[in-house]
Unconditional design. Structure first.
Length: 298
């Protein structure tokens, strides 16, 4: 896990079962049943996408917990039955069914839930507020954290930012994506999905892009915010420390594990420090100045 002095930064990909990763990310001959074990040894988090499409079994969550290192974390996509509906206030039954399916079998490895909305879903303050009220803060003694991934331009509004802060819900940062970028910090953690990987780069992204995401992750984890991602509402939710969950996802999917590994390598290095200011030397007195030599380049 990549540690920041004031917070934890976790980096991963979406899922772990993808045939083109075999022989590229996964070693040739690695049994498919050991792919999660291998991926969790290279990464520090995985976003489970299958929970978006259907209900998983408690024994599946338990098995995933047992196959991964102690400090590994899974984030889960909330079910589409809760988010892909006209009236979000009516999602209570789907939300309850999701949490009753055994997600807490992940134990301490259960990270935030990402509730993803269709790009056609527009912001309706009253209805969205009702949806956020349905999201449980706790299941038994376990704290549950929530993020919302909104994809319509209408969510780029102060009303939405204020609403997310009121409910302590993170807004997913859509990095290098076709979707609207909302970088406002609205919760005690930050959830980022970088979606611009390309086939032409071995690590999915140019080195400068990976450097930038490492710098942004450090800024969020230390309680601040990146200078190059302006907020819609300047005020951020104050924090002495923040967890950061950053996923290399979508884009040219074959490159995403390499991108995540490259980003983790950057985060494991000491944070770069600013170069000391140059000291301007005083010009020598005129009587001691060296004569101009027109033959020397200046």
């Amino acid at each position: 896990m990549s540690k920041n002095p004031l917070g934890d930064i976790r980096v991963g990909v979406g899922g772990w079962t993808f045939e083109p990763w075999r022989g590229v990310f996964y070693p040739k001959g690695l049994p498919q049943k050991r792919e999660l074990e291998y991926a969790s040894g290279k990464l520090t988090a995985i976003e489970i996408n299958g929970t978006y499409y259907g209900t998983q079994k408690p024994e599946s969550f338990r098995k995933w917990r047992e196959e991964t290192p102690d400090d590994f974390v899974f984030t889960l996509k909330g079910p589409r039955y809760a988010t892909n509906r006209r009236v979000l206030a009516e999602a209570g039954e789907s939300i309850n069914r999701f949490f009753a399916s055994g997600v807490t079998e992940l134990g301490d490895k259960l990270g935030p839930i990402n509730w993803q909305f269709a790009a056609t879903k527009k912001f309706d303050r009253e209805d969205f507020a009702r949806f956020l009220e349905l999201l449980p803060k706790n299941i038994g003694a376990r704290l549950i954290r929530h993020a919302v991934e909104v994809r319509h331009e209408s969510f780029r509004a102060k009303e939405f930012i204020d609403l997310a802060r009121e409910h302590d819900v993170a807004i997913v940062v859509a990095g290098q994506s076709e979707f609207p970028l909302i970088a406002d910090v609205t919760s005690s953690f930050v959830y980022v999905r970088v979606m611009g990987s390309s086939e032409k780069h071995k690590a999915g992204y140019p080195p400068a892009d990976l450097d930038n995401w490492a710098s942004r992750a450090r800024a969020w984890a230390s309680g601040g915010a990146p200078d190059d991602l302006p907020a819609i509402v300047p005020k951020s939710k104050a924090a002495l420390q923040r967890d950061v969950f950053l996923f290399m996802i979508s884009g040219f999917k074959q490159r995403n594990p390499a991108a995540a590994v490259a980003l983790l390598q950057r985060l494991q290095e000491p944070a770069p420090t600013a170069a000391p200011p140059k000291v301007r030397r005083a010009a020598p007195p005129a009587s001691r100045a060296a004569p101009h030599n027109p033959g020397r380049g200046r």
